[in-house]
Design a protein around this ligand. Structure first.
Ligand code: HEM
Length: 219
């Protein structure tokens, strides 16, 4: 136990926790985007998949608990990591600071993360609990998706959050490889093909759905 506590107390330990929990959530996002894309095949497939998931009972709750634990640990480690960084450098660099290998994605990782967190709360109220949905039907995700993007403001909010998610994944996937030591230091730190391909595919797979509904392709 002391060794776990000791690791958690270090900045490297917090980065490792962010990496492992991030990869758990990435696995969920890959299955979620693939399942969501079946919406283009009509109601039968996506509704059957949802019925299967809800029919698993205990297994669904185990998966939910793993995801909740991963999200909480990810956010707590990130917040503590940031607080520690600020405490170590409370005064800004007098001469400004030229980032060495930072990208737009790495510089927006914290505020992007906050937006994604707000999105997750809204999304659960929208498609799981239905409390902010205009005509929620339990067990009919096809209808819920097709009717849930009728309001252009909701579409814009989803698209902004999904753009933040794409950037977060681009930085996070690359950074988790470095934190866990599976990808060695590279002489080309801005070359990140795997992170780029995965984050673009996941972003595009989600982002196309609200746009397709707005364009009348799903009803
Ligand atoms: C346009 C993009 C998205 C669409 C259309 C969508 C659609 C849905 C639908 C229909 C459900 C309810 C499924 C059911 O009850 O069977 C759901 C649940 C969920 N979605 Fe999404 N989703 C999208 C993006 C996301 C993103 C980006 C995340 C995470 C960052 C996410 C996380 C979740 C979670 C955690 C649940 C709850 C699963 C459960 O019931 O345990 N979704 N989504």
């Amino acid at each position: 136990m002391n060794r776990v506590q000791g690791l958690w107390d270090t900045s490297v330990g917090k980065k490792a926790v962010m990496a492992v929990t991030g990869l758990i959530m990435l696995a969920y996002l890959i299955t979620h985007v693939l399942a969501n894309l079946t919406v283009f095949q009509g109601p039968a497939k996506i509704n059957a998949y949802s019925a299967f998931l809800h029919g698993t009972g205990g297994a669904l709750w185990v998966a939910r608990l793993v995801l909740i634990a991963a999200l909480v640990l990810h956010v707590v480690a990130a917040a503590q990591f940031t607080a520690r960084r600020r405490a170590a450098r409370p005064v800004a660099y007098a001469a400004g600071r030229e980032p060495q290998v930072s990208t737009f994605a790495s510089r927006t990782i914290r505020w992007g993360g906050v937006l994604i967190l707000i999105f997750i709360v809204y999304h659960l109220l929208h498609f799981t609990l239905g409390t902010v949905h205009p005509s929620f039907v339990e067990g009919d995700p096809y209808h819920n998706v097709a009717a849930g993007f009728g309001n252009p403001l909701v579409v814009v909010f989803y698209e902004l959050a999904l753009a933040a998610l794409g950037l977060h994944l681009y930085h996070g996937i690359w950074s988790s490889g470095r934190s866990l030591g599976v990808s060695p230091p590279s002489p080309h730190p801005l070359k990140r093909q795997l992170a780029a391909v995965l984050s673009v595919l996941i972003w595009a797979g989600f982002a196309v759905i609200p746009i397709a509904v707005s364009a009348g392709a799903l009803r």
